[in-house]
Design a protein around this ligand. Structure first.
Ligand SMILES: Cc1cc2nc3c(=O)[nH]c(=O)nc-3n(C[C@H](O)[C@H](O)[C@H](O)COP(=O)(O)OP(=O)(O)OC[C@H]3O[C@@H](n4cnc5c(N)ncnc54)[C@H](O)[C@@H]3O)c2cc1C
Length: 413
């Protein structure tokens, strides 16, 4: 057990995507300690994008982010673009490719390679790490207490200002600057207790964490449709809270999943409908018009366009067995509305353990959008997903982790 009371210019809590990126940019000029409760860095980063890591997107704007303070992301995104992170990839011989909708992915084991590269670069610059050491308490040191702490500690940094005392399972450390890169409880059950501790200690307002980029559970109205169509995927257009999403939808035995449903969960407001166009590339009334002389059954005609198993859960048997040439205008309109504007009201969003990100975190009003510094606590910073910023599916969350880390690092280094 390590019990030394060393002092650093910067201590970063959390060796995830944002913590690693910030640490690497600061270590060139400053003495940095990166503290992580896990036994290794980037546990979540290393599983992103199915192991390949969807690290950014060709088209990054503030519209791709949900925050209670939607303008907050603008400054950091303006200072750290897609080409900046691509440059890192190229300089470090990390291969990447562009996939659908401008998504930038690393190679097959790209997520682990990126994690290793960030840590390696940080260590090469003389950065310090402390793993398996959960931070349990942080104390702000008042200026008049500073000299007492100075006498009792080993000085590693360039600066003598001891603004924070950080207690871990492996001893205590002091720092002039403290960066919270705590992440969120996505993919877990609960947030680390340090999140609430910091909120109280530094009087930071918070929004409760809730799951986002997570599957949608169906109510009993749609459950049979979902159960009986489980495993079928189709490209749909969704309208959710006036956002339009065109992506793959997957039916599951509990509701809807796939990129379209995950993305909808980011914008969905409880008890409101998500409007689904199951056939965005066709207009069903045109299809009926082309076939108005034909005896072909509606069931057969629609079966060419949609998964056959869906049909009995969308339409009555009478409609499905009607020949196209006998279709009434009213029924035509009913079919068109069901196919192009199906109203799906989710029961709820699947829990945090299934979520790729969260809505909620430290209220961004507490921080400068330029450098992520706390407005009322100088030298305290927060970056990445512990802030109330959630990105869309497609590389936006990691881009935010890097952009916010970069904004803080440019101020700190
Ligand atoms: C399965 C999955 C796949 C994903 N895929 C993608 C993708 O392809 N593209 C994309 O853009 N986003 C993806 N995401 C989201 C992305 O992983 C996160 O947005 C990103 O990792 C957030 O980075 P962060 O540094 O803020 O938090 P994290 O990476 O979660 O890091 C926070 C770190 O802080 C540590 N920590 C917390 N409390 C303490 C404490 N008290 N003491 C010490 N250490 C502490 C944690 O252990 C953790 O290592 C995915 C998420 C999941 C769950």
């Amino acid at each position: 057990m390590q019990t030394t009371n060393k002092h650093y210019d910067i201590i970063i809590i959390g060796a995830g995507a944002s913590g690693l990126f910030c640490a690497m940019h600061c270590a060139e000029n400053k003495n940095v300690l990166l503290i992580e409760k896990n036994n290794l860095a980037g546990k979540k980063l290393a599983i992103t994008g199915g192991g390949a890591c969807n690290f950014s997107n060709e088209d990054i704007t503030a519209n791709n982010y949900f925050s209670h303070n939607p303008h907050f992301v603008k400054s950091a995104l303006a200072k750290f673009s897609t080409s900046d992170i691509c440059e890192y990839y190229t300089e470090n011989n990390l291969h990447y490719e562009t996939r659908d909708q401008g998504k930038l992915f690393g190679s097959k084991l790209g997520a682990q390679r990126l994690t290793d590269s960030l840590l390696k670069n940080y260590l090469a610059l003389g950065g310090h790490t402390l793993f398996s050491a959960a931070v349990t308490r942080i104390k702000k040191i008042a200026p008049n207490e500073n000299s007492a702490h100075l006498e009792n500690s080993t000085h590693v940094g360039n600066s003598g200002n001891k603004n924070f005392l950080i207690e871990t399972e492996k001893g205590s450390f002091s720092a002039e600057n403290l960066v919270l890169a705590l992440g969120s409880p996505a993919w877990q059950k609960n947030a680390d207790p340090l999140f609430n501790y910091c909120a109280k200690e530094f009087t930071l307002a918070t929004y409760p964490f809730s799951p986002a980029l997570s599957p949608l559970f169906a109510t009993h109205n749609d459950l049979n449709l979902c159960i009986n169509t489980t495993g079928n995927a189709l490209t749909v257009r969704l309208l959710v809270d006036s956002k339009e999403i065109v992506d793959q939808l997957l039916f599951t035995h509990t509701g809807l999943s796939g990129p379209a449903a995950l993305r909808a969960s980011l914008w969905w407001k409880k008890d409101t409908p998500i409007i689904i166009d199951f056939l965005p590339t066709d207009t069903i009334s045109d299809v009926f018009e082309e076939n108005k002389q034909e005896k072909i059954l509606i069931k057969t005609l629609l079966g060419y366009k949609l998964p056959k198993k869906m049909l009995p859960f969308l339409f009555t048997e009478k409609i499905l067995l009607t020949p196209c040439n006998a279709l009434q205008k009213k029924t035509r309109e009913l079919i068109a509305e069901t196919i192009h504007a199906y109203s799906f009201i989710p029961a709820k969003i699947a829990p945090l353990q299934k979520a790729e990100t969260t809505i909620g975190g430290f209220d961004t009003q507490n921080f400068s959008s330029k450098n992520m510094q706390a407005t009322h606590t100088p030298n305290l910073f927060a970056i990445g997903e512990c802030l109330d910023v959630a990105g869309d599916l497609g590389g936006y969350n990691l881009h935010w982790a890097f952009a916010s880390a970069f904004a803080a690092a440019m101020h700190l280094k």
